[in-house]
Design a protein around this ligand. Structure first.
Ligand code: FE
Length: 142
């Protein structure tokens, strides 16, 4: 699902396999390395992506799937822990063939080409999450 190397202490470069699903591969990597506090950044290309938009009025996520070839112009996010598992909060901006962009909270995306990520493990920490009734978001639990 991925190849990786540790480029510096607790800093990893990942190359996800072509046709892998990004969130599945990234979650598997975090489980393998037991990362529960960290950050993610990356670029790549996908041909299917489901993005989420949180409607503050309803506190519900609205999902939309884009089935087209797009460049990941930016993928950024953070890693924490919820219910004992790695919890990935990832946002993405993807460029279409007409050079316009779509963006949002990343639910899932299928790589078509490549996906290169850096993951930093904040080794000493664990960041927890808990639901916030006011916003409907799982916020950091400090
Ligand atoms: Fe989000």
């Amino acid at each position: 699902m991925y190849k990786f190397t540790e480029v510096a202490e607790f800093k990893y470069a990942l190359s996800l396999d072509n046709h892998a699903e990004i969130m599945e591969a990234l979650t598997a990597f975090c489980k393998e390395k037991e990362i529960y506090a960290g950050s993610v950044s990356g670029i790549g290309a996908v041909n299917e992506a489901t993005l989420r938009f949180l409607d503050p009025a309803t506190k519900k996520y609205v999902d939309k799937t884009f089935n087209e070839q797009m460049e990941i112009t930016s993928l950024v996010g953070n890693i924490s822990m919820k219910d004992g598992q790695p919890y990935l909060h990832i946002h993405i901006t993807a460029g279409r063939s007409d050079y316009s962009c779509v963006g949002g909270h990343l639910l899932c995306a299928r790589i078509n080409g490549a996906c290169e990520l850096f993951v930093e493990d904040f080794f000493d920490g664990t960041l927890g999450r808990e639901p916030d009734p006011e916003t409907g978001i799982n916020l950091y639990k400090f």
